[in-house]
Every structure is written in structure tokens, then in C-alpha cells.
Design a protein around this ligand. Structure first.
Ligand SMILES: [Ca+2]
Length: 344
């Protein structure tokens, strides 16, 4: 459906406000974040959730929930391992209970962390349906306050937009997003055009979301994270001896030749720009992303409510920051890695 000129203009203004706000840095209040991840098959999701918890420990983020966009057996347990490791064992977890992908890691890091680290959630049926949890959380948050970060598929967000009134809210999903969500920050797409995993795996969901999402969307595309290689300093840090984050990188990095200098860091960039803003490392390219039925994405320049980030500084700057943040140790950890919170 075509938006009215007024609605488009208003959305554009709101979009500019959100992006400008991100550019000048966040307020002292923690940013309320819902993190939506496929948590495998790749393992940059692990770097991303580590960084998210590091931001939460530094007071910059309040994590509302961690959501899975894949529903392989054990994905809820994997989220619970990382949340428990970072001293948030009761952090809500959502898993898609309807039709969804079941992709998982081939390196077997998820099996290893489930076997070796504390967690009280064992099975996916112990956690909420992702859409129900989105609705429950959004309904209770201040208007235009929530940042959603996706580093996986758009299954949950499409289902959220499709959702109708329920016991949590009389609003439809689209109305709830329009009212409560400040911005969506996604590692998705390849810019200005291409075919990217997160978009094409559930292309119908991606199409639905990018055509209808009623708040600004900020994209970190494939071309951004591809140049940022991380994980080696963590793996080589002898002071960190018992960490599921380190174990994932220790197991996975040697398994692929292309990872000899570190794993490409797509998902971590989405968390960084969502919390710290896109400046000073990036500039914005504004317009509208469209997705074709086969999952290819294209771009139309203009004053749309979408923007993708464009490199301004060397990728080494982000690489150093991600490497440092991935070594953040939770309070009470027996590991002796330097606490880097103050540098975030
Ligand atoms: Ca991912």
C-alpha cells in the first residue's frame, strides 16, 4: 500500500531524527535493546552477543530480550549459556514456534558450550514464542524507545508485523512497532545491491519487513563486516581460560582457511552502530532497500526511512574495538583479562 505524502514525510523526519540522534551519541540512559539472532550457523553472532553484554555491563544498554530466528534443537539453551555467563541467567529468550528455519552451526561450537557451561534452559519449549515475547515487551516500553538489533533472519519481525491484538496489547504488530520502536538496526543486505544470507534465507519475511516496517532502519551490509577480522586476540589471550565466547572462536577459527586472520565480523558491527551510533567510523547513505522474491536486495536513493552505513575510517578501527570488547569479562569471572569497560 502506498503511504500518504504526509505519512512519508513524517516518517522521514522521524528517521532523520533517529539517525541524527545516533550520530551525536546516546543519552546517559541505557538503550533498551531486543537482540534477534540466528546464533549460528556462523559465529559472529557470538561476538555480537558478547559485545551486547559488554555494553550492558558498562550501563549503555538495557537488554530486554534475546530472540532466536532459527529454531534448531538447543538454540534456547545456547542463548541461555551466554546470558548466564554474563550474569543475566533470567534474561527472556524467544524462539519462533511456527514455521522457521532450523539452520545451525556446522563447527559444533553450540554442542560444546551447552556441554561445558551452566544454563538452566535445556529445550526450546521452555521459552516463549518470539512474537508473543516481542509483543509483551514492546507493550510495556515507553513510546519510540526500543532499538531492535537483528543479526539473523527476518522471520520474527515479519510475524510481529502480521500479528493482531492479544492479551498484551490491543494494537496490531505494525501499530505496536510504530509506537514503540525507535529504530531497527540490521546486519542485512549487500549495498548498493546483491544477495546476502540474512535477507535471502527467509526472503518472503525480508520482503514483508522492508516494505512495511514503520520505523527507521539502519543497515550494516555484507561489505562492512567482510573486512573486519576478529577473534585472534581473544583466542591468544592466556588470561581468559574459561569462556564460552573464547571457546567458540578457539574451535571455529582453525576450521576455515579464510579465518586465519580472524573471523569476518558482520554481526558485531550492527551492535556497535546501534549503541554507539554510526559516527565517526561511517557515513550514511539514505534511501529505500527493496527485496525481490529470490532474496536479492536492491537500493533506491532518496529520502526513505532506510539508510546503510558506508566506511569512513579504516576497518582496523572497528576491528580493534570489537577485539577489545569481545575480551570483556563479566563481573565475578575468575579470568584475569583486563576489564575494558571504560574504553567502550
Ligand atoms: Ca548471524
Amino acid at each position: 500500500m502506498m503511504k500518504s505524502v504526509f505519512a512519508s514525510g513524517l516518517l522521514c523526519c522521524l528517521g532523520l531524527f533517529a539517525f541524527c540522534h545516533a550520530a551525536i551519541g546516546q543519552s546517559a540512559r541505557p538503550v533498551p535493546v531486543i537482540f534477534d539472532s540466528d546464533m549460528g550457523p556462523d559465529y559472529d553472532d557470538v561476538g555480537a552477543i558478547a559485545i551486547l553484554h559488554a555494553f550492558a555491563d558498562s550501563g549503555k544498554v538495557k537488554i530486554l530480550a534475546t530472540m532466536a530466528s532459527t529454531k534448531y534443537d538447543g538454540v534456547a539453551a545456547v542463548f541461555n549459556v551466554f546470558n548466564t555467563y554474563f550474569n543475566r541467567p533470567t534474561l527472556p529468550i524467544g524462539v519462533p514456534k511456527g514455521e522457521a528455519l532450523t539452520l545451525r552451526d556446522w563447527q559444533h561450537w553450540s554442542d560444546t558450550v551447552i556441554a561445558n557451561y551452566p544454563h538452566h534452559i535445556r529445550h526450546n519449549d521452555e521459552v516463549a514464542d518470539a512474537v508473543a515475547l516481542y509483543r509483551q515487551l514492546l507493550a510495556t516500553q515507553p513510546d519510540t524507545s526500543v532499538t531492535i538489533i537483528t543479526v539473523g533472519f527476518f522471520t520474527n519481525l515479519a510475524n510481529l508485523l502480521h500479528s493482531g491484538a492479544d492479551r498484551y496489547s490491543a494494537l496490531t504488530g505494525e501499530e505496536l512497532v510504530r509506537k514503540k520502536v525507535k529504530q531497527l538496526v540490521s546486519m542485512a543486505g549487500s549495498f548498493p545491491s546483491g544477495k546476502e544470507f540474512n535477507v535471502e534465507k527467509d526472503a518472503a519475511a525480508s520482503q514483508w519487513v522492508f516494505e512495511r516496517w514503520p520505523s527507521p532502519i539502519l543497515f550494516s551490509g555484507f561489505e562492512i563486516g567482510r573486512k573486519i577480522k576478529t577473534g585472534l586476540p581473544l583466542v591468544q589471550n592466556k588470561a581468559i581460560s574459561k569462556s564460552p565466547v573464547k571457546d567458540v572462536f578457539r574451535i571455529s577459527l582453525p576450521l576455515a582457511k579464510e579465518d586465519s586472520a580472524g573471523r569476518m565480523s558482520w554481526d558485531e558491527t550492527a551492535v556497535l552502530v546501534a549503541v554507539n551510533g554510526y559516527a565517526p567510523s561511517y557515513t550514511l547513505h539514505r534511501g529505500t532497500m527493496t527485496v525481490s522474491p529470490d532474496g536479492r536486495n536492491a537500493w533506491q536513493d532518496g529520502a526513505g526511512s532506510h539508510a546503510y552505513i558506508v566506511e569512513k575510517l579504516s576497518p582496523d578501527v572497528m576491528q580493534d574495538q570489537i577485539n577489545r570488547m569481545m575480551m570483556h569479562q563479566p563481573a565475578g569471572s575468575k579470568n584475569e583479562a583486563p576489564n575494558t569497560i571504560k574504553k567502550f
